[in-house]
Write a protein that binds this ligand. Structure first.
Ligand SMILES: [Zn+2]
Length: 351
């Protein structure tokens, strides 16, 4: 008997463009949501766009968070229960969106994503992870009900946030290879459609790398569109597999070993150079990945990430321990292989 079933959850309204923050009210009204919104933001985005956003809603409560932590999630959950929020609106870069996503999941409400920076693909997906002591807590929640991404606002975000978003997308190349490998070796569920979409997104970004420049609204547009289709790929797959492989494990491990040194996207970009080499050796596309990262000013070395060579090697040799996700790291990369990989690719500089 054929009894397979699948659920694909996607955002209903995705509004991208110049000045579209003014269309938030409409984008939300069309969802016919019940109850009042609760705005979740952090200080800078709140200053930047909080008033413009609130002016379109019926005097919503705002909760401002300072850090991506469990305390912040608890605080948002508490306020949401106090005001009996019908849904959450996340305004900000990665932090408020991750927090709102997890809080919304806990109280079983939807959320709307209003990114002010294009720093990672979490702005459109249901995936999020928050540091918890020495490890990370990841959830697979529903994607946002709507995404309102104003390219005028996003273009004004610090440039390194945009290059981090680009690097996060470029890393889809290796994420998809890890996914295929896991499918072949471990029978992990795989979607050809989601994999193709994810790879195509990375390709589009690499092809457009030359036109991704600071203070250009068109760049913000290219990156946001790529983040949206990357998020859609994850929704179709029902997992983060299309956009998260060994390069993400490497980055998460680096977060533990050398916390707060570099942005998520920048770490996964360097991770992608390394894991592409592990996948395909010198004949692979690691040079193309490095070249693309380099051309958008994203880091390609340990030095540029602000971490030491030893920290990179430790992350690479221990990243497989993080979670039950089969990748090219297998049961672990030994130190000699890690040194060779990182040296050949120029990530570390050893004589
Ligand atoms: Zn990522």
């Amino acid at each position: 008997m054929f009894d397979k079933s699948t659920w694909i959850k996607l955002p209903r309204n995705v509004v991208v463009g110049h000045g579209v923050i003014e269309e938030l009210g409409q984008a939300v009204a069309e969802l016919h949501l019940h109850g009042d919104p609760l705005v979740v933001t952090s200080p800078t985005p709140n200053e930047l766009a909080g008033d413009r956003l609130r002016a379109q809603l019926d005097d919503p409560t705002t909760v401002t968070i300072e850090s991506a932590s469990f305390d912040s999630i608890e605080r948002v959950v508490e306020v949401a229960r106090d005001v009996d929020a019908g849904y959450l609106i996340a305004l900000g870069g990665g932090k408020p969106i991750d927090i709102a996503k997890m809080a919304a999941d806990e109280i079983d409400r939807g959320f709307v994503s209003v990114p002010t920076a294009a720093s990672h693909d979490g702005i459109v997906s249901g995936r999020s992870s928050i540091p918890e002591g020495d490890s990370r807590h990841s959830i697979a929640a529903d994607p946002p009900l709507a995404v309102v991404a104003d390219t005028e606002v996003i273009a004004r975000a610090p440039w390194e946030l945009t290059t981090a978003g680009c690097a996060d997308i470029i890393s889809n190349y290796t994420a998809v290879q890890d996914w295929r490998l896991a499918h072949r070796l471990k029978n992990v569920e795989y979607s050809e459609y989601a994999a193709a979409l994810s790879e195509m997104t990375a390709e589009m970004l690499v092809d457009n790398a030359a036109s991704i420049r600071p203070n250009l609204e068109e760049s913000a547009w290219i990156v946001v569109k790529a983040l949206v289709s990357s998020g859609v790929a994850m929704s179709i797959a029902g997992s983060s597999r299309p956009a998260s492989g060994a390069e993400h494990l490497f980055s998460h491990q680096l977060d533990r070993i050398a916390p707060n040194k570099a942005l998520h996207g920048h770490q996964v970009g360097v991770g992608s150079i390394l894991t592409e080499y592990l996948h395909s050796g010198d004949g692979g596309r690691w040079r193309a990945i490095r070249q693309a990262l380099d051309s958008i000013d994203a880091p390609t070395t340990a030095d540029e990430l602000g971490v030491s060579d030893d920290e990179v090697l430790e992350a690479l040799t221990t990243a497989h321990e993080i979670r039950d996700r089969y990748t090219i790291l297998g049961n672990g990369v030994d130190l000699d292989a890690a040194v060779e990989t990182a040296t050949v690719t120029g990530v570390i500089d050893r004589e």
